[in-house]
Ligand binder design. Sequence first.
Ligand SMILES: [Zn+2]
Length: 164
Amino acid sequence: MTDTLNPPVRPYADDSPLAYLMDLADQAHYVPTDDEQREDAVTTAAHHIYDAYHSTIGQVLDAGDWRGYPALRPSGFPEFEPSAVAWLDGGLWLHHTLRTDINGAVDVLALVVPCTCGQGYTDIVLDTEDDLLEILADLRATNGRSPHDASHPDCHSVRSVRAL
Ligand SMILES: [Zn+2]
């Protein structure tokens, strides 16, 4: 009386140790949907601003100002983790993502600044609020444009942020 089309009955109870461990294994392999990644990216960015940029960016942006993007995994290219961006006006953006290494996840916040040549953007990774204010003080002279550097004409292409 064996019907091979019927899946076998689970031989362990729902509250058994094995059931618990099987659930954990399921969660470990769970890939969040694009929408979940967008939401997480916004939440993570907002937390980082609250923790590390409370008296600067935190005064003018809240979670609703961030737009999240899911991870990009183009074949043959480096992977991009989920990220979030916030518009500052004047052509400037903030970009937040996490970089994961053996020590865990690290926040990477960058100021994306249009170049004076009009051909692209320069991204400046921020370390602290003081760092941000110093960079903005420099950018005042050019009304928020990054001076084009002919020896590093990489404002024309998307660059990855510098290695940690
Ligand atoms: Zn340029």
